[in-house]
Each structure stands twice: as C-alpha cells, then as structure tokens.
Design a protein around this ligand. Structure first.
Ligand code: AMP
Length: 199
C-alpha cells in the first residue's frame, strides 16, 4: 500500500512532533507501506522521509521545480518527481496514494489536506483521509467539522470522513475497514440529508 503523507516544512516547537512523525513513518515502512510525500528534506517532511528510508521503506517525493532549493529536495529518495507546479504536485500525490494522512503542519499542509478531503466528499476519489493527531493538533478542525454538520453546512457522514489516528497501525486498520461516504450529490442537491439540530 502507498500512503500519501502531508506534513509541515517546519518541525514545530515541541520535540514530540518530530518524534511522533519519525515513529509513524518508521512503522509504516516496517509494515511494508510505501510513502508518497512532498519531496523536501526540511521539517516534518524530512523527518518522515529519513525515518522511512532508515527502516527500509520506499519513499517517493513529488516536488515543484520552484521549491527544489527552498525545501531542499531530498537527495536519497527511492524516487523524486520534479513537477512544474503546486497543482501538479497535489494531483500526483493524490493519484499515487491509496490513502492520505496529514501530520501537523502549516498553511501548505492545510491546503493539501482540504483539497484531498473535498475531493473525497465530491467523489473525485474514494480513498480515506486521516489526521495524525499528535498533541491533539487537529482537535479544533475535527470540532469545526462537527459544528459545520450541526449547522447544516455538511452532512454528518461528510464531517466524519476526516478520520483522526494516533499510529501507523491505526492507518492500516482504517484502510482495512474503509467504506467511502456516498458522493455529495448522488441525485441532485435535493437529496441532501436534513441537518441535525444545533447543540
Ligand atoms: P507548511 O505546512 O506550510 O509547512 O507546508 C507544507 C508543504 O506544503 C510544503 O511542502 C509546501 O510546499 C506545501 N504547499 C504549500 N502550499 C501548497 C500548495 N498550494 N499546493 C501544494 N503544496 C503546497
């Protein structure tokens, strides 16, 4: 299985972020999973790549030409695809992965996560989207999804399609149990489920 990992180009300001990212990637590699990621050697992206490679994993990087220097493209990857744009990077990372996991990160990670989550909800792909919830990093986003469902802006099923995990083993469990949500507009907008009452 190929796991596409989105992660910060920074390591954050607590050692736990790099520790957990490294443990996560090492375990994925030991479980025989390949990793697809942004191709850089900086931040949690670099930690993920190094840990997986150190544990015998195959790591595939996808980096836009304009970021080869800024994100210090990793030079020891199993494969490095240099593409022409951010759009191409995201499309290739989406195509290559069998599932998606966002680690803690900043705007770039959020952007990638939202695109791949929205694509799932719209039925453009049928693969699970997960959050590695180190230090409860994603709790507010998960709460926002619940609130969005409560206020009738997404269905409960859509809000639950963003799945928190704490380990590589949980990723494997989620993939084994996965059944994709119904696409958002199966028979037109009138088929939307009624929103839940606001709490
Ligand atoms: P950040 O989470 O901001 O540290 O960024 C993490 C990764 O997301 C970096 O590799 C960024 O290059 C990447 N990134 C930022 N913006 C975009 C975008 N619009 N499309 C694809 N990747 C992006």
């Amino acid at each position: 299985m190929r796991v596409t990992v989105y992660a910060g180009s920074s390591v954050g300001n607590r050692p736990v972020f790099a520790q957990e990212a490294g443990r996560f990637a090492a375990r994925l590699a030991q479980s025989g999973c390949d990793i697809v990621y942004g191709g850089g050697s900086v931040g949690l992206m670099g930690v993920v790549a190094d840990a997986a490679l150190a544990h015998g994993g195959k790591v595939i990087g996808v980096i836009p030409r304009s970021l080869v220097d800024a994100e210090v493209a990793h030079t020891s990857l199993s494969e490095l695809h240099v593409v022409e744009s951010m759009r191409e990077r995201k499309a290739m990372m989406e195509r290559l992965g069998d599932c998606f996991v966002a680690l803690p990160g900043g705007i770039g990670t959020l952007e990638e996560l939202f695109e791949v989550w929205a694509s799932l909800v719209l039925g453009h792909h049928r693969k699970p989207v997960m959050l590695l919830n180190t230090e409860d990093y994603w709790n507010r986003l998960l709460s926002l999804a619940v609130k969005s469902a409560n206020y009738g802006f997404m269905s409960v099923e859509e809000s639950r399609s963003l799945i928190p995990v704490h380990s590589a083993d949980e990723v494997l469990d989620v993939v084994a149990r996965w059944s994709p949500p119904a696409p958002r507009w199966p028979a037109g907008p009138s088929s939307r489920p009624a929103p839940l009452p606001v709490d």
